[in-house]
Design a protein around this ligand. Sequence first.
Ligand SMILES: Nc1ncnc2c1ncn2[C@@H]1O[C@H](COP(=O)(O)OP(=O)(O)OP(=O)(O)O)[C@@H](O)[C@H]1O
Length: 633
Amino acid sequence: MTDTTSSAETLGFQTEVKQLLHLMIHSLYSNKEIFLRELVSNASDACDKLRFEAIDQPQLLQGDAELRIRVEYDKDARTVTISDNGIGLSRDEAIANLGTIARSGTKEFFSQLTGDKQKDAQLIGQFGVGFYSSFIVADKVSVHSLRAGLSPDQGILWESDGQGEFSIAASEKADRGTTVTLHLREGEDDFLSGWKLREVLRRYSDHISLPIEMRKEEWDSEKSEQVKKDEWETVNQANALWTRSKSEIDDEQYKEFYKHIAHDFEDPLAWTHNRVEGRSEYTQLLYIPKRAPFDLWDRDGKRGVKLYVKRVFIMDDAEQLLPSYLRFVRGVIDSADLPLNVSREILQESRDVRAIREGSTKRILSLLEDLAENRKDDYAVFWEQFGQVLKEGVGEDFGNREKLAKLFRFASTQGDSSAQTVSFDDYIGRMKEGQDKIYYVTAESYAAASNSPHLEIFRKKGIEVLLLSDRVDEWMLSHLHEVEGKSLVSIAKGGLDLDALADEEEKKHQEEVSESFKPVVERLKTALGEKVKDVRVTLRLVDSPACVVVDENELSPHLLRMLQAAGQKAPEVKPILEVNPEHPLLARVQKASDEDFGEWAAVLLDQALLAEGARLDEPAAFVKRLNKLLLAD
Ligand SMILES: Nc1ncnc2c1ncn2[C@@H]1O[C@H](COP(=O)(O)OP(=O)(O)OP(=O)(O)O)[C@@H](O)[C@H]1O
């Protein structure tokens, strides 16, 4: 025997682990049986990893190629044990994996906790509970493990009471793999029953493709109790769920499988399961989650689906199998064509992978179309969580642009809330007679967009305008110029051509006003000089005296500010000042003395910039001028 004490070491958990443990024990208590799902899930992952490593190093299997998971209980010792003959853990791996959380999004996760048990339980579930869930039912956990390829004396024993520290020691182990022993807390004796454990395993882990074995039990009428035999029996179906035909799988099984692969706590929103045959042969089981993960916007975050080749697990997060704008999709793709030793590099160039990516994208888009059409409430949930990611698609996936555009939803002047519910089809269906364009305005927030002075004439005429305020909108608009033959037009750019919507009388009136206002426009131009590109009369305003616009081909002020905030060099764009000749303030300006006119011009420009959302270069000068004019009679 190895001297276990000589290398025993006590180490502290990372602060986040301590926090997580504390939270989990207190928030997830009502859902305690999930520990079994988590430990079986880990055991199954460990077997998958071994099978994958053994493709190149068959000696790792050491004559024991029948991978399996075993669950046992011991009434006298009050323990439940989950063991596998998978990849195992070396000493370093145990310290790193069972003492820290090295996952992206950890910081965001902890910052979102509220102290409200129910809300936190949901957040923890989303974050992933994993191995640490053992401590919900156990006050001591031992992990005895031997990494595949190492000799028995390199086995390790990890132990902890979940309070803040764990110990790690050398401990001989004859066979490769991991045995997790839970010393149950008082009051958890429910789990010391073959019936109970089988029931939980069937409910949560039936889809696991490896056999989960338990000792056979028989009724002993003399003792009047169930008695365990030496023989093992398999308690789950033990075939990969996605290989079964759809008719053999019920919704609960689909949902449990999702929780297993996505490490999610909640049910998925929707899924699609297909076997594709033909030039390229593969099976796909893809899910849309209900909630965005913490790392959706994190560049290093997990993405993509699990890749299997002929049922052998190859890799997690195979990001090449789906475009990046579908990175929220979770699931499994099992290819019949790819070689077992496929690497990420090969995936990038493979024609088969391209076919899989196109096919899977098509499936997900159809699934979303179906949701949008037939399960509107679910689609609203989806859109709220993932709409911004989907919008990236118009730049990334040219071929599916029209399909994607149909799935988009926006806020608009038609409603009075920031909820994004209007589709392009809805908009087009409500277009006025003679209207051939889709109008929109972009701004930093919904409030800013819905208060834009540019909207005035549209409101007056009852023309709907889409109100765009997601960060990704400017990027989307730079790739999407028309939908169903109708061009997308910013109401804050260029000279608005509303002619088609004005009647003869209005047009005549407009021309007359513009003509008579020419001298004022010229004076404003001279007064403002280099600060503006141009000054002109506009008919787009109703209640505001002035607004600023940019030329059609120039970057919008909102986009410019975003670029600047991101530290990028943005070109200088001078605004065009448009004034409303019908506004009483302009009548005042018209009458101003030469001395005051310059001040009026500057105030008009500055307030138009403010209304548009800009920051003034000299805010104090603006206030000073305004006060001066307010006091003048
Ligand atoms: N039975 C096992 N055999 C080998 N390694 C294991 C086993 N159980 C856990 N591990 C290792 O410990 C790590 C941490 O497990 P844990 O369950 O906490 O998180 P996870 O499975 O990575 O993710 P999640 O929290 O989303 O479930 C695993 O990633 C794995 O490397």
